[in-house]
Write a protein that binds this ligand. Sequence first.
Ligand code: PMP
Ligand code: GLU
Length: 403
Amino acid sequence: MLPTLSQRIAQLQPSPTVALNSKAKELAEQGHKIINFSVGEPDFPTPDVIVQAAIKALQAGKTRYGAAGGGLPLRKAIVEKLEKENALTYKPEQIVVGIGAKEILFHLALACFNPGDEVLIPAPYWVSYTEHVVAAGATPIVIPMPTDHKAPRLTAEMVRPYVTARTKGIMITSPSNPGGFVIPPDEMKALGDYLSDKNWWIISDEIYEYMSFDGPSISMATLCPGVRDRFIVVNGFSKAYAMTGWRVGYMAGPKPVADLVRTLQTQSSTSLPPFIEEGALEALRHGKELMAEQMKVLRHRRDLAVSILKQYPELDMLPPNGAFYVYIDLRKVLAKSALYAKDNSLDFSKKLLETYHVAMVPGEAFGTPGFIRLSYAVHDDTLIEGLKRLGDALVEIGAKRTA
Ligand code: PMP
Ligand code: GLU
């Protein structure tokens, strides 16, 4: 018999987005023509200037350990970015660069929360937040979203009923994954005003910052100076610069938090590979403009996806104005089918993959059964073909199609 495992870690669920992406890749390797709308990953190549900077760094011998938390030039460049684009002032010692925003978020949960603490997580949420909180021994408290898609999406009224004496943190994600929506500045400011006198950590995941199609996505810290001393910005390069495989993310926040996250890094991943840092630094030298054309392409794909989905009058969706997701409400269609009663989008997504060879992440993974997430950062032809197959699967269970 084996010795027992860690009880805390054994509670964790494997990431459903990563698992479904791996399954889709495996089926494709077996020769199936899989359309993969599952993983949140731009299909653009990393810009060549970034690739060249990393190659040059490799050739120059930048192949040894780097500085924990990121080298000073990269942290200074992040400070400049936050000042210029977000009107937020930080010192380099308040910045920690890590192996993707995911590692930063994991370490933040370990650094900020204790057993017994409760962390508010509005749903639909990105799959890893709840597991990070559980890994820290704290308790995720899920705040369900309103079912009326036109209602404000994250307000003090929504949050208040879930607050207890144990509340210690809140996660904010705008633009949202999987929701694909942006919290408008007036709602963000109102929520920030409510949070101004709360002694909680506010963790703001702004990784889709550049993907806000109908107006800017503005950080709560920019709008509400009152929250800044407990506010932690998380951002990264994966989405903004099509660098998912490079694994670079960062946080900016109060120095005691940054110090603890850096300590965790010294005891886990040690540092970012220095040649990767050079690529990230090059990305920041060019800034947002480097990917301006790709953002237009994403916007076009959003419009294309929405126009196709509109052929199915029973489908609803959250306002798809951010990130590169459409979060589709299947509940009216699922209700027509005995097979998928009770908002069972999980079984529907299994059938969609096995029979129609389309991989999409079901709402169960994001805390809202009955939905399915479309990641539309794929070529137009793939989008059209995959949505046709999704439509066929829906029609098979009774959905109406108008065109
Ligand atoms: N936050 C959100 C909302 C995400 O969608 C992702 C996607 N991977 C991450 C954080 C982590 O990004 P990465 O680790 O690639 O920087
Ligand atoms: N964040 C992306 C997603 O939601 C990438 C996979 C992951 O890290 O979860 O699909």
